[in-house]
Ligand binder design. Structure first.
Ligand code: CA
Length: 629
């Protein structure tokens, strides 16, 4: 990077990091808002709206957090002939219309396998209060207890549980993309009737499956949204599902007991103190690569297997080792644990050595300290911490085990939630040669594969994700992800980002003109973890300023709200980890491929003392470019 660019970067960061500037930034975004509008008809009158294939079930004036009209309805309500249970399905939706409207509309993405409505107030929590119209849908099916206004439930414990909807082709498609699209169309129509004008700016924001919703929509319906935030996106979810099965199969040999379904109990294979040791080992290899020993591996792209494997070796329990020989003693890992970690972080393969899912970045967030617990590595793969339980609680074996056979596999493999032939058994007996290809399969009655209806890579052109239509009309997308998400590999996302069309010469490939990505070390899935993971207000301001004022986002300031370091001040960690962790302070999140670096002086919990640099000499994404596809 040339000195002039560094100076500009420094200036941009230092000024942005100061609060007066941040306030000015927010004010600028506010100034870009259209004038406030008021309803032209009553809330109650929306009950009699005539909309295609849509019933309005309620329209109620509400007063908190602001005065607004709450609309609940259903699109395409039907009784399934394909579902052996002949359940009722439909796209349940909820739309909140503030009395003082700024002209903004936001569709909120869902979570998990969806299945519920939750009175949307905005993905970042403040949008409805700030005068945005906000909508959400249930993904086309209802989980127990169900919404009383809708009046149906689509769960069947003997056939997929909450993933039962996977037996119905249309319900799969509604979950994959159609629920978001239909709800957006109907919401915009209702907004037009209610305020007498269309939204000036339309947004779609979500995390996890909601991040998937957002990335899918940017490609499938590029005209629907002006601005998108996709957090921890499951944009490649069926393949991540294969990796969920892969990870559990790697953990199974470490199990010493069986669970209530007769399957390997993995809840104690990596206890909290074991993951603490793993985190310390990874930090010992990579923390200093960014120039500051602080518990955060900002130079994640340089934290390769070649660096981490010797560290794991050094922390392996051994009679002659420097870290003791006591399994689960909080100082070392067993050889079996180290083998499992290596196999999990390498990604999923079939027996022919063909890669089925990408590798993962090594990251200190593999351990969620008790004071900063989140849905990280442990909760997805191992389960909730605590005493041995007869029931597996790893999300891979609950949510994942429901969705993988029922939704990601075609035709669906109908599995009961519990019992000897349970969905857990499907995971532990997953055949990576014969089951994995079924994420790409179609079948009579199921005309779209899971990769077709669920992913943001189905519109790839010559192996490049095609966001040209979205970019051409001026759409802007901000993507963020945890370096070590527990379920979706950031390496997979980096590969996707690096494949974006349009491509132009230069390190950013031209993608930065409409798509910016932020990778957050140590954060768990959609939040939590020993991380600077509090950034909602700044990210929302960055989005609206980009869309409405043309100000492309640079560093986004994120805070750590813990008042004490989540890392202990001593063993197994370097004492500098706790000293330099940004306790109660801020750090910049940098637009990929840039990474955060300490300037060398000043407090380590103040973003003003950090800059974003492009790590020359390292390949963007580290191992990311090796064999993912
Ligand atoms: Ca560091």
């Amino acid at each position: 990077m040339n000195p002039k660019k560094i100076t500009l970067r420094l200036f941009a960061l230092l000024t942005f990091a100061s609060w007066p500037f941040a306030q000015a930034f927010a004010q600028q975004a506010q100034d870009a808002r259209p004038a406030a509008a008021a309803p032209t008809v009553t809330c109650a009158s929306l009950m009699s709206l005539s909309l295609p294939n849509t019933q309005i079930l309620s329209a109620t004036e509400m007063t908190t957090p602001v005065a607004y009209c709450n609309v609940v309805g259903v699109i395409d309500k039907r009784v399934s002939q394909q579902d052996p249970d002949h359940f009722t399905y439909g796209i349940g939706f909820e739309l909140n219309l503030p009395d003082t409207w700024t002209g903004r509309f936001e569709m909120q993405g869902g979570g998990g396998t969806d299945g519920s409505l939750a009175n949307p107030t905005g993905f970042f929590g403040t949008e409805l209060s700030a005068g945005w119209a906000v909508a959400a849908d249930d993904g086309g099916h209802e989980d127990a207890p169900g919404n009383p206004l809708l009046g149906w439930i689509d769960d069947d414990a003997n056939a997929g549980g909450t993933a039962h909807f996977g037996v119905d082709e249309q319900a799969r498609i509604d979950y994959g993309y159609n629920g978001i699209e239909q709800t957006t169309l109907i919401s915009k129509a209702i907004i037009g009737k209610y305020y007498g004008s269309a939204p000036q700016y339309s947004y779609l924001c979500g995390c996890s499956n909601g991040g998937r919703d957002a990335m899918v929509a940017s490609q499938r319906v590029p005209d629907f949204f002006d601005g998108i935030v996709a957090g921890n996106p499951g944009f490649d979810l069926p393949r991540a599902g294969v990796a969920e099965a892969w990870n559990e199969v790697q953990l199974a040999p470490l199990a010493t007991s069986t669970d209530s379904n007769g399957q390997p109990y993995v809840g104690d294979t990596f206890q909290s103190q074991d993951l603490e040791v793993a985190s310390a080992a990874i930090l010992s290899a990579c923390d200093a690569l960014d120039g500051l020993v602080d518990g955060i591996i900002d130079n994640y792209s340089a934290c390769t297997d070649e660096r981490v494997y010797p560290a794991l070796e050094a922390y392996t329990c051994s009679p002659t080792g420097s870290n003791g020989n006591t399994p689960h003693g909080g100082t070392c890992l067993t050889a079996g644990q180290v083998t499992a970690l290596k196999r999990i972080f390498a990604g999923a393969f079939n027996s022919h050595g063909q890669r089925l899912y990408s590798s993962w970045f090594w990251d200190a967030g593999i351990w969620d300290p008790p004071s900063a617990f989140g849905a990280g590595f442990a909760l997805w793969n191992v389960g909730f911490p605590g005493p041995p339980s007869p029931t597996n609680t790893a999300i891979n074996l609950t949510l994942g085990a429901g969705a993988i056979p029922m939704v990601f596999t075609t035709p669906p493999v109908v599995t009961p939630v519990d019992g000897t032939d349970s969905q857990e058994g499907f995971i532990f007996n997953y055949n990576f040669d014969t089951d994995a290809p079924k994420i790409y399969a179609t079948a009579p009655g199921y005309r779209e594969s899971a990769m077709d209806f669920m992913t943001a890579i189905q519109l790839m052109v010559f192996n490049h994700a095609d966001l040209r239509p979205f970019a051409r009309r001026g759409g802007k997308i901000i993507i963020y992800d945890s370096v070590d998400d527990g379920i979706f590999s950031a390496v997979d996302l980096v590969n996707w980002y690096n494949s974006l069309l349009p491509l132009r010469p230069g390190p950013d490939g031209g993608a930065q003109s409409f798509a910016r990505m932020y990778l957050i070390p140590n954060m768990a899935h959609c939040g939590g973890g020993p991380a600077t993971n509090s950034f909602n207000a700044n990210m929302l301001a960055a989005l609206t300023s980009w869309v409405e004022a043309g100000d492309a986002p640079g560093p986004i300031i994120a805070a750590n709200t813990n008042t004490t370091s989540p890392f202990p001040s001593g063993a197994p960690f370097d004492p500098r980890v706790a000293q330099n962790f940004p306790t109660g302070g801020t750090r910049p999140l940098c637009p990929y491929p840039e990474q955060s670096r300490y300037t060398g002086s000043g407090a380590t919990n103040d973003a003003a003392n950090f800059v974003c640099i492009n790590p020359k000499g390292t390949q963007p994404g580290g191992r990311a470019l090796v064999g993912s596809n």
